[in-house]
Design a protein around this ligand. Structure first.
Ligand SMILES: *Cc1c(COP(=O)(O)O)cnc(C)c1O
Length: 468
């Protein structure tokens, strides 16, 4: 029984606009509710507009309970302040905002150093709106390099890109938009990401590159980038085909350098031509920033580069957009400066500790089988144990949602469409305390779930349409 009880009468709900929203006169203003799908005829007061928009947004989920997203949902107030101060700066106006341009340049230099570019002073790179744009740019560079090498056959020959079936949708977009054949290595048995040998076997004279993912959005595992490069080295010895590798490090390129220093996945491998990351994932910045870097100028064909005015000279740029906010780039520089290597290591280690701890607790419940343990990306995937027949992962996802938790359930792609999983993404801000509450909620649901006659989620189609 709740302690506070209001009147028993059903509350009357008549107003779509609260009279108080009229700034001066509660009786007179806002007699007419503004339309939602047509530009209103009349202006309204800013405070009223603010309140109306805000009220509607209350129904958005609680970001901290969203374990589906990789994207940063919390930054320090100081970062928020800087972003507010920079929201009017247009990234493309290098001439007008030379210091913002300089901060972008420093971020690229820091990443080139972090990812062990052979010569950070000759590595080239740029900020983007996220990894999707960065992947488009990297894919375009691969395609253009291939087209130049094969000028006698292209147009005519159809370029292809080799990657695991577990790639993020941005690679399907790239292949679709830029008319490149996607050659996908399927999952096999308990292997849920790219197999280096199978990738090498799919390569031919029209392969523009192979994408390796650090790590996979499906289960948080790192793909074996060094083995992939070795398989492609062997391919070159056998056939003369020299296929470059792009590393999609949307998440892992900001985790591995701090937590897995011995893992060789970056520009230390000569075959790695380019790397991307999402500044707004484990780069720890609010949505709207990614990075693409090429090991040297040779890896990025000069004719793709555009030049904009910069202090009387010009500055090279590579981007799909023209205008873009500068605030996220400033926030990235702030975060690099603020945390340094040790700070990033501490934050990512905390996320990994939460992920591995929670994975262990889920395993201990006995009803689930872990596919990954959160010890690569701070992300783990699990499914129901073989003897669990009363419910499935979709039921678990649906029931957790009743407690406010967003834990997606989805089916794996070829050749493991028989396997459906739940995935938990641990980010900065998802504390050990919150993980504790999630584990408790999950445990409390189990008796109910076990009593089900059979799995109950009817619309599995909708449930599996989750996008990675
Ligand atoms: C998130 C993600 C992307 C897309 O990145 P955005 O920053 O959301 O555009 C691409 N690849 C991988 C592996 C990802 O995890």
């Amino acid at each position: 029984m709740p302690l506070h009880e209001g009147p028993r009468r059903a509350a009357e709900s008549r107003l779509s606009v609260n009279p108080f929203y009229g700034p001066a006169n509660p009786l007179g203003d806002m007699a007419e509710a503004p339309p939602t799908h047509r530009l209103p005829d009349q202006p309204i007061a800013p405070a009223t507009a603010h309140q109306l928009v805000r009220d509607e947004l209350m129904l958005d989920g609680n970001a901290r309970l969203n374990l589906a997203t990789f994207v940063t949902t919390w930054m320090e107030p100081e970062a928020g302040l800087l972003m507010a101060e920079c929201r009017d700066k247009n990234m493309i106006d290098k001439d007008e905002y030379p210091r913002t341009a300089e901060l972008e340049r420093r971020c690229v230099a820091m990443l080139a150093d972090l990812w062990n570019a052979p010569d950070p002073s000759t590595a080239v790179g740029c900020s983007t709106t996220g990894s999707s744009e960065a992947c488009m740019l990297a894919g375009m560079a691969l395609k253009r390099r291939w087209a130049k090498r094969n000028a006698d056959r292209y147009p005519g020959a159809r370029p292809n890109l080799v990657m695991g079936v577990n790639v993020q949708v941005c690679w399907e977009k790239f292949c679709n938009f830029w008319e490149v054949e996607a050659r996908l290595v399927p999952m096999e048995g308990e292997r849920f990401h790219l197999d280096p040998q199978a990738a090498a076997e799919l390569c031919d004279e029209n392969t523009i590159g192979v994408v390796g993912i650090l790590g996979s959005t499906f289960d948080g595992s790192y793909e074996p980038i060094a083995d992939l490069c070795a398989a492609l080295d062997a391919l070159r010895e056998r056939t003369g085909l020299d296929v470059p590798v792009h590393v999609d490090g949307a998440s892992g390129a900001m985790v591995a350098p701090f937590l897995d220093e011995d893992l060789v996945w970056d520009f230390r491998l000569p075959r790695v031509a380019s790397i991307n990351t999402s500044g707004h994932k484990y780069g720890l910045v609010y949505p709207g920033v990614g990075w693409a870097l090429w090991r040297d100028a040779e890896a990025l064909p000069e004719e793709l580069v555009f030049r904009v005015n910069y202090l009387g000279g010009d500055m090279p740029t590579f981007a799909l957009n023209f205008s873009r906010p500068g605030a996220q780039v400033v926030a990235q520089y702030y975060t690099f400066l603020r945390l340094g290597r040790d700070g990033y290591r501490a934050v990512q280690q905390a996320a990994r500790d939460v992920a591995t701890g929670l994975a262990g607790r889920v395993e201990a419940l006995g009803d689930f089988r872990l596919l990954t343990r959160g010890d690569e990306l701070p992300v783990f995937a699990f499914t129901t144990a073989p003897d669990v027949t009363a419910y499935d992962v979709f039921d678990v996802s649906r029931r957790l949602r009743e407690h406010g938790w967003l834990v997606p359930a989805y089916t794996f792609p070829a050749n493991r469409q028989d396997l459906s999983v739940l995935r938990v993404v641990c980010r900065n801000g998802f504390s050990a305390d919150l993980a504790d509450l999630l584990a408790q909620d999950l445990e409390r649901l189990l008796p109910d779930l076990r009593r089900q006659p059979r799995p109950l989620t009817e619309d599995k189609g909708a449930a599996t349409s989750f996008h990675h």
